[in-house]
Write a protein that binds this ligand. Sequence first.
Ligand code: CP
Length: 315
Amino acid sequence: MNHLITLDDLHDFDQLLKAMQTIQKNPLAHEQLGRHKTLGILFFNPSLRTRISTQKAAQNLGMQCMVMNFNNEGWGLEFEDDVIMNGTTSEHIKEAAGVLSQYFDVLAVRAFASLSDKAKDQAETVLRGFARHSTIPIINLESATAHPLQALADGLTITEFKKTARPKVVLSWAPHPKALPQAVANSFVRLMQRMDTDFVIAQPEGYELDSQLTKNMKVVYSQQEAFDGADFIYTKNWSSFSHYGQVLRTDDAWKITSEKMKMTNNAYFMHCLPVRRNVVVDQAVLESPQSLVLNQARNRIYTAQAVLKSILDEA
Ligand code: CP
């Protein structure tokens, strides 16, 4: 693996899934592999799970880790080529990525969608800027359109808890007062394209994801229809893709409730976190024995570790 920007960058998904399962059983089996190697982590946005689980993963491999909150502490970056930098930006991505490549062996970056400039978000200006101008591997810690490490952790969790060879998995939109990116949902769809499941996306009208991504996927506009016989309910809010970045509705008709979970095949509840209680999901569901949210968060360590190990093995 050179860079991990989306799941499409994985050479062999099944092999990585097996590696994650092996690491999950014995996280310290390769604690010398990353000795004298350094992981740099840049955050342009807040984080709890990604920040800590990625550092823990690096530690488990014996890597050093250096974290920088770039928005507060770094220079304003310029991503345009051939630009006269007489505006607000102070450092070009060419120098910034080049310099960081002198300090680190691997660089991980979080840079969310603007949700205001669709073209720039779709082009993954920040992540692809780092990938283009670095001489070291880049790992996506959630970019404008993708959150591959979250999806891999979700795949590991589904594999761990599934009771049938081909479970029914529902990705259900749920309400949220703020405009959120499509990144988690996009990567979950990409994950489902690689796993053997009966997969359904349930969403209100106007919340269709990128049709390039969801072509050939089953989409329904009714939770009742989708939840029938489901083994996993994966819940996430995302803002409109067609009316880019807009919140089209905030009523609670699509909130996940105990009554809706009763329509399923005693399904597990999944969410990447953070989650707004009693807005996205009732706390009774979130705190129920069927909730896998902490398992997903724990598996973020093993997912990041498998990706780092794969990079170190290839170095
Ligand atoms: N799920 C996830 O990426 O959590 P954080 O935003 O807290 O890192």
